[in-house]
Structure formats: C-alpha cells, structure tokens
Design a protein around this ligand. Sequence first.
Ligand SMILES: Cc1cc2nc3c(=O)[nH]c(=O)nc-3n(C[C@H](O)[C@H](O)[C@H](O)COP(=O)(O)O)c2cc1C
Length: 177
Amino acid sequence: MKRVFILSSSPRKNGNSQRLCEQFKAGAESVGHLVTLVRLAEKKLGFCRACDACMRNGGTCVLKDDMQELLVQFQAADVLVLATPVYFYGVSAQMKTFIDRTYPIWQHLGSKEVYYIVSAGLGRDVIRRSLGDLDGFVEHLEHYEMRGRLYADNVMEAGMVCSLPVLEEAYRMGTEV
Ligand SMILES: Cc1cc2nc3c(=O)[nH]c(=O)nc-3n(C[C@H](O)[C@H](O)[C@H](O)COP(=O)(O)O)c2cc1C
C-alpha cells in the first residue's frame, strides 16, 4: 500500500484535470492504495512573502493557513500527482503558489514517485512547453522517479475529457501505481 497525494490545481470544480484526478484516484484505490485528493482552490493559501523567516527559524512559515496541513500530507506521501491546467504556457496560480510555499522545507522534500496530469485548450506541443515550473519543483526533491505524464490536449471546455480515451487512461495509470 502506497500513500498517494494528488494535488489538483484547477479552479474549475468540474474541470478536465480534476476529472482526470478523480479517475486516477479511483484506479489507485481499486488496487489498495491510500489516496488523498486535494483541490487547492478550496484551500486557504497565501503567497510566499520571501521574508526568509523560515530559513532562519528552522522551517516554520510566518503565514498561518492551510499550507501546514498540506506540507504534512506532502511529506507523508510516497506518490505525488501534480495536476494543472495550462495557463499562458505555465501552471495555474494555485499550483505555483503551492510550489513556492514548500520553500520552508525545500531541502527536505523527500523521495517521491511522480505523475503529471495536464490539460490544455490547445495541442500537446503547448503542454510540453508549459512544464517548466513542475519540472523545476520535482528536480528539487531529494530523490524522484518520474512514473507518468498524462496530457489532455485540445480540451477547452470543462468536462470535455469525459468523452475522450484519456479518462480511461487516467484510471489505468492509477491502477499501475
Ligand atoms: C487564464 C487562462 C489561460 C489559459 N492559457 C492557455 C494556454 O496558454 N494554452 C492553452 O492551450 N490553453 C490555455 N487555456 C485553456 C485551458 O488550458 C483549458 O481550458 C483547460 O482545459 C483547462 O483545464 P481544467 O479544465 O482542468 O481547468 C487557458 C485558460 C485560462 C482560463
């Protein structure tokens, strides 16, 4: 049994990446893994202030919000799923805010098996150009194994993935954790 932590960062409740996260979760649970799926848009998460207090005080952020709880879940996870829509050739603001807020523990990000789930209105080439923030974060883990990248391209409207094979791929990927 692995602990799987899925960070879903679209602000759309029924968005494409969220639907794929739900399928991934169902797949992983079907084979006995313990899965936590978090919608970042529902969390209270302030921006990193770059005050560096956490660098001086042993890793405690001055902001008191939901990030403390998220960091505990993050650190406990064996498997990390980072899910984002493409916004202006980058990740969502919610995902970037989460990434920046891991700064207090950036030297202790641990070891994870990693998956990406990415949705975009345009093509696959656009998705490939938009992964810099995710790759940069993952490269800061102490150790990682990139296990899967699931791309839903050409899905502009929320829920479009529901009629596409990528939905089933998400479930299957979950079963293969
Ligand atoms: C602010 C904003 C910026 C976007 N920028 C891009 C973009 O640069 N390239 C692209 O292919 N799609 C872009 N899109 C479209 C979304 O990627 C697309 O609707 C995707 O399905 C959203 O995923 P979600 O349903 O998981 O939220 C943008 C959408 C928004 C709201």
